[in-house]
Design a protein around this ligand. Structure first.
Ligand SMILES: [Ca+2]
Ligand SMILES: [Ca+2]
Length: 228
């Protein structure tokens, strides 16, 4: 169990490791959770063109191993879902994964992606290549959701970009070690929000010799739970 205070981000990162009951025999499930409150600046018009407001939440992963499958979950409090573009960036490899691109034709007016009642765990919006649908309208988008979207939408959804071509499988075979950024931009004026949760759920084949270290994490987790 690693607990890292990211004081510059006013957040807390918690990492856990679980043995996978399926998938590769040698894979483990690693989970890293960031929670906090990072304001997403509103878009603005500069010299006649729209300038997005950008915000980043980060997770530092100290473990090493090869990713077999990666899911990302978020809680983003926002007054207008259609303002949002969301991407995942792995700094060490330079890998940029599109997750969401301004859902809804002219933008879903519904509030929030995921929801926190104040009691953990939050009801998160989960990006997962294996989900059935994208969170968007039928054509001109590619999803199944009717306008104006779903307030506090949660559950599993496939990622998509403006070009519909990229998925979280872009992260497969990367070493999970390093800095993972959730990059969120606001692309229309007036409605605003903040990032409240960002977590990685990774099926990982650990580097030889690291599994014992990962196992120590379980004891740390128990200690944390007792203290709370
Ligand atoms: Ca998945
Ligand atoms: Ca806005």
């Amino acid at each position: 169990m690693k607990i890292t205070n990211l004081s510059n981000l006013a957040g807390l990162v918690i990492a856990t490791v679980l043995l996978l009951s399926s998938g590769s025999a040698s894979a483990v499930l690693l989970e890293y959770l960031w929670t906090g409150a990072i304001d997403i600046p509103d878009a603005s018009v500069v010299s006649g063109s729209m300038r997005p407001g950008n915000a980043i939440a980060s997770i530092e992963v100290g473990d090493r191993g090869t990713i077999e499958d990666l899911d990302v979950d978020v809680v983003i409090t926002h007054q207008f879902q259609g303002d949002l573009i969301i991407e995942l960036f792995h700094v060490q490899s330079g890998t940029l994964v599109p997750l969401l691109y301004r859902p809804g034709f002219f933008g879903f007016a519904a509030h929030n992606l995921g929801f926190c009642s104040g009691q953990a765990p939050c009801d998160a919006f989960i990006f997962d290549d294996e989900a059935d649908d994208e969170y968007d309208e039928p054509p001109p988008g590619f999803g199944v959701v009717s306008h104006p979207g779903i307030n506090n939408v949660s559950g599993h959804w496939r990622p998509y970009s403006a070009t519909q071509t990229q998925t979280l499988s872009m992260a497969d075979d990367l070493d999970i070690f390093g800095t993972w950024e959730l990059r969120v931009s606001d692309n229309m004026m007036f409605m605003t929000g903040q990032i409240n949760q960002f977590s990685l759920h990774a099926s990982v084949v650990p580097e030889p010799g690291t599994l014992a270290l990962l196992g120590f994490g379980l004891f740390g987790l128990g200690a944390l739970r007792r203290r709370r």
